[in-house]
Structures are given as structure tokens and as C-alpha cells.
Design a binder for this molecule. Structure first.
Ligand SMILES: [Zn+2]
Length: 236
């Protein structure tokens, strides 16, 4: 079957499949099973609209195509008969409700769009749920690890004396020095090159004892010292 009708060229590839082309541009609009086509309007004679026509609804998101043939020599009728005899679904409106065809198609489209939106929302909701679940699991893990660390710290620091000192770092030469009153405590910091005594007696504690720069950063460091005077833990 090969029918030129209106601006379309409709050609069967076999008993089941047809191609609908735009005649002018030789562009394929659709190719598929004849049984997937729904005929929603069929007017073979020049009556109300004065032009024989047929509306096909293709399964591509219910795309309606209006086939109009001004100088019809029975092409519309031939096409209709061919499609119906090869399995197209007839869903004909009467001529008088023909105006409702495109209307119902618009409604259909709206329904499809709504369904799509609903589906999208459902997916988004699911994704959000999934993300929230993952986030909760991560938070739980972090909390558990923190609790573990806290417990280990508490055990290690049990019975110890907590002491603090000020740590300074020279931003010019990177020398590190401390200000504290823990002369008697052993093993606290190996990095310290100056004795605590000399540092504690510096006039300006924030001034670098090596290069004399006043540009230094400062942190408070906490130490846990056991009864023998050993530093068992340190936190800055
Ligand atoms: Zn310095």
C-alpha cells in the first residue's frame, strides 16, 4: 500500500508496519505497527468541513495527526479501509462531536503530563528519602566513632591531672614555643628547644624567641599528666 493523501505519503512496509512521511521533505514522521494506531475521526465525504479527512492518534505520546485531502479521489477511504483491515483501532466520534477530537487529545496530553509530573515527584521523593537515610547512617557512624574515641580518651585520661599551656608558632620562621607552668612534667614536647624557664620569663611571650618576629599564631594545648608526672595525652 502506498497512498498520497494531503501532505502525507503513507506506505506499508509489510502487512503490519507502515511509514508516515511528510511528502515535501521526505521526512518520516512515524514508523510502526498498524495495530498501534487509533483512528479517532473519519470523514470520507465532503460534508460539514467540505474536506474529507481522518485523524490518526499515534502511540507516540498520543500524537494526533490530521490527514486532510482537499482533492480527494477516495484516498481517505482507501487509507481508512486499509488501516482498519490491518488492525488499527477504531475510536470514532460522530461528525457532530468532531470538534471534541482535538479537545480530548489536549486533555489526554494534560493527563500524560500530569502523570509524568507525578512520576517525577515520586522519584524525587524516593531519592530524597534515600539521601536522608544515607545521611542518617553516616551521622550515626560519626556519632559511634566519636563515642568510641571519647571512651578511649576518658579511659586513657582517668586519674590524670589536666593542664593547659599556650602554644605559639612563628609565622615567619615556624619556630614553635610554649608558655606554661609545667617545668616538672616530663616528655611533654620534644620540639621545644628553649627551656620553659627562659620562655616563661620572656617579656613579650608572643614574640618569636628565635627571629624576634611578632607575627605568631597561638593555640591552647591541653595535657593529661599521670601521677608519676608523665604526659599520657595531648589535645590542641
Ligand atoms: Zn621566628
Amino acid at each position: 500500500m502506498k497512498i498520497k493523501v494531503g501532505k502525507f505519503l503513507i506506505e506499508s512496509l509489510d502487512d503490519k508496519v507502515i511509514q508516515i512521511l511528510l511528502k515535501k521533505r521526505n521526512k518520516i514522521i512515524w514508523e510502526g505497527n498498524i495495530s498501534d494506531i487509533e483512528i479517532t475521526f473519519y470523514l470520507p465525504e465532503k460534508t460539514i468541513s467540505r474536506v474529507p479527512s481522518m485523524i490518526l492518534v499515534l502511540p507516540v505520546e498520543h500524537l494526533p495527526i490530521n490527514i486532510v485531502n482537499r482533492h480527494d479521489n477516495g484516498e481517505i477511504k482507501n487509507l481508512y479501509e486499509y488501516l482498519v483491515s490491518h488492525g488499527s483501532v477504531e475510536n470514532l466520534h460522530s461528525i457532530f462531536t468532531a470538534g471534541a477530537v482535538s479537545h480530548s487529545t489536549i486533555r489526554k496530553e494534560t493527563e500524560i503530563n500530569k502523570a509524568k509530573l507525578r512520576e517525577k515527584r515520586v522519584i524525587e521523593k524516593e531519592n530524597k528519602k534515600e539521601e536522608a537515610k544515607k545521611e542518617r547512617a553516616i551521622k550515626r557512624q560519626i556519632r559511634a566513632e566519636k563515642a568510641k574515641i571519647d571512651l578511649a580518651n576518658r579511659r586513657r585520661r582517668a586519674g590524670c591531672k589536666e593542664m593547659k599551656e599556650e602554644k605559639y608558632t612563628c609565622t615567619v620562621c615556624h619556630t614553635v614555643w610554649y608558655s606554661n607552668d609545667m617545668d616538672k612534667i616530663k616528655n611533654i614536647h620534644n620540639a621545644l628547644t628553649l627551656s620553659n624557664y627562659s620562655v616563661n620569663h620572656m617579656k613579650d611571650i608572643s614574640r618569636c624567641p628565635k627571629c624576634g618576629s611578632r607575627a605568631s599564631s597561638h593555640k591552647t594545648v591541653t595535657y593529661w599528666v599521670d601521677k608519676k608526672g608523665n604526659c599520657v595525652d595531648r589535645e590542641e
